[in-house]
Design a protein around this ligand. Structure first.
Ligand code: SIN
Length: 504
């Protein structure tokens, strides 16, 4: 197979991280490969709450960084959190400059929501719950006009090209069943998360951890793959993916109740519904497991204003035949965000020469064991741009690549079995027996090659969840319910197909 050569930066993924990277790489030429049309099928566009940044008079980047550290349960890199928080206000202003229509106060400031585990109201929003779509629309418009960027849609990652020394020299992709090799001077993975590995997810179901798997096969270090965040309030009406019911509703005073109308979070945490996301998710999980049900009651706090205040959630409820102005909303936890990922430095470099990563598929060190709400779009904008600038500086002659087979695909029935098992055994509450059962299932799915992206990503999560015999942040082990004395990062690498641990 011949390669399509290009002496620029290949960006794989069309979410906020990938497009921020593409814009920031100017004037270097960039080719963006996206599996779907830009703006569709990426988690960034589905984000409701908004972008966290210290924009209020009573707020500072130091306070934002401190909340980020506290949420991350001992595993956030303090320097990276400080960098994220310091660059936050500028990143939001830049997105506003691109045309993102943030909600404004009469004097031109940002309308800011408070979300769980934030000590201040600091989430810049758009039209109540439409931040992701609006921000992406503004960014996409600029990407489409940028002379240095070429966008190819409908192109899915099937692996990385490497030279004999292991450097990344491009990517293997598929469009309409045709495999194509793209060679480039540098590659940025911005492929998003792993929500599609779970039966209940708030993210596009096509996100199957292929970027994570491809990077692992290329020799990159994977950090903390066991840390998967479950959003407490997905709309529980049997839709796949499950529509998100934004946390901003709880920030505006909506309460969680069970079938008997009891506010069960009051007894669990002083901040009740605004407790850290993992605590709220486990409380809802327990209430449902006990048969008492869980509902978000916005009748009093939002009431008649619901359609204008939260149009996306309102539309999802109405499509399910519910009217949240008069009925509590049935909710359940669902996979929402992957804190783990390809370990990077502050500029997205992965340690594999020529390979950068940004956004949800990366582990930049800012989320630790539990991401602070609305820090993900911020991370995508800040670290995406940093990766774009760094990749643009990377210059390497186009080198020959070793022929490797593309990542194997998983059949639809196998994927469904995987998703159910991941939700049951690597979900909100985990234990050794469930994780053992899951690992054994992974051995039996697929074509036996072990080279399928979803199976590699699932194994990274399941094996590291099995090995972490403690509860920390979003990782809760019913058989080890207490955090260990020391917060230790998981760092693993695939060597000859097996998972090998690295010292932190
Ligand atoms: C939400 O709107 O509840 C989601 C915000 C986030 O996950 O950061």
């Amino acid at each position: 197979m011949d390669a399509l050569d290009f002496d620029g930066v290949l960006v794989i993924g069309g979410g906020l991280a990938g497009l921020s990277a593409a814009l920031a790489a100017a004037p270097r030429r960039v080719r963006v490969l996206s599996p779907v049309a830009l703006g569709e099928g990426c988690s960034s566009a589905w984000a409701q709450g908004g972008i966290a940044a210290a924009l209020a008079d009573d707020d500072t980047p130091d306070l934002h960084a401190a909340d980020t550290l506290a949420a991350g349960a001992g595993l956030v890199n303090p320097a990276r959190a400080a960098l994220l928080a310091a660059e936050g206000p500028g990143a939001v202003q830049r997105l506003a400059g691109l045309g993102a229509p943030f909600d404004r106060t009469p004097d031109g400031g940002f309308v800011l929501s408070r979300e769980a585990a934030h000590g201040r109201a600091r989430v810049a929003r758009v039209g109540g719950d439409q931040a992701g779509r609006a921000v992406m629309a503004a960014v996409i418009a600029h990407v489409r006009q940028a002379a240095h960027i070429e966008v190819l849609e409908g192109v899915r990652l099937r692996g990385l090209l490497q030279d004999t020394g292991g450097a990344a020299v491009g990517a293997l992709t598929e469009r309409d069943g045709v495999i194509t090799a793209f060679r480039a001077a540098a590659v940025i993975l911005a492929t998003g998360g792993v929500g599609g590995l779970y039966a209940e997810t708030t993210t596009p179901a096509a996100l199957l951890g292929e970027g994570l798997a491809a990077a692992a096969l290329a020799g990159a270090v994977i950090a903390d793959p066991e840390f998967v965040q479950f959003h407490p309030t997905a709309l529980d009406v049997g839709r796949d993916p499950a529509p998100l019911v934004t946390e901003a509703l709880r920030g505006d005073g909506a309460h969680l109740i069970n079938t008997a109308g009891h506010r069960f979070l009051l007894a669990q945490h002083p901040d009740a519904e605004l407790a850290p996301r993992d605590i709220v998710a486990r409380a809802i999980y327990a209430e449902r497991a006990a048969g008492r049900g869980a509902f978000l009651d916005a009748r009093e706090a939002v009431g008649a204003h619901f359609p204008e205040a939260f149009p996306t959630v309102f539309a999802a409820c109405r499509a399910a035949g519910l009217d949240p102005r008069i009925t509590p909303i049935p909710v359940a936890p669902a996979c929402h965000y992957h804190m783990g990922g390809v370990r990077t430095d502050a500029d997205g470099a992965t340690g594999v020469p020529g390979l950068f990563a940004a956004g949800e598929c990366a582990s930049s060190g800012v989320h630790g064991a539990n991401r602070l709400a609305s820090n993900s779009l911020l991370e995508a904008a800040v670290f995406g741009a940093r990766a774009g600038r760094a990749a643009a500086r990377h210059s390497a002659p186009l080198r020959p690549w070793l022929r490797t087979p593309p990542l194997a695909l998983l059949s639809a029935p196998d994927l469904q079995r995987l998703r159910k098992a991941m939700s049951r055994d690597a979900g909100v509450v985990r234990n050794a027996a469930g994780l053992t059962r899951l690992l054994s299932l992974l051995d039996h799915l697929g074509d036996g090659s072990g080279q399928s992206g979803p199976l590699i990503a699932a194994r990274l999560i399941a094996q590291c969840a099995f090995d972490r015999r403690e509860s920390r942040g979003a990782h809760f082990r019913a058989d080890h319910p207490v955090a260990g004395p020391e917060a230790r990062q998981t760092l693993v690498r695939l060597e000859a197909g097996s998972l090998c641990r690295r010292a932190a």
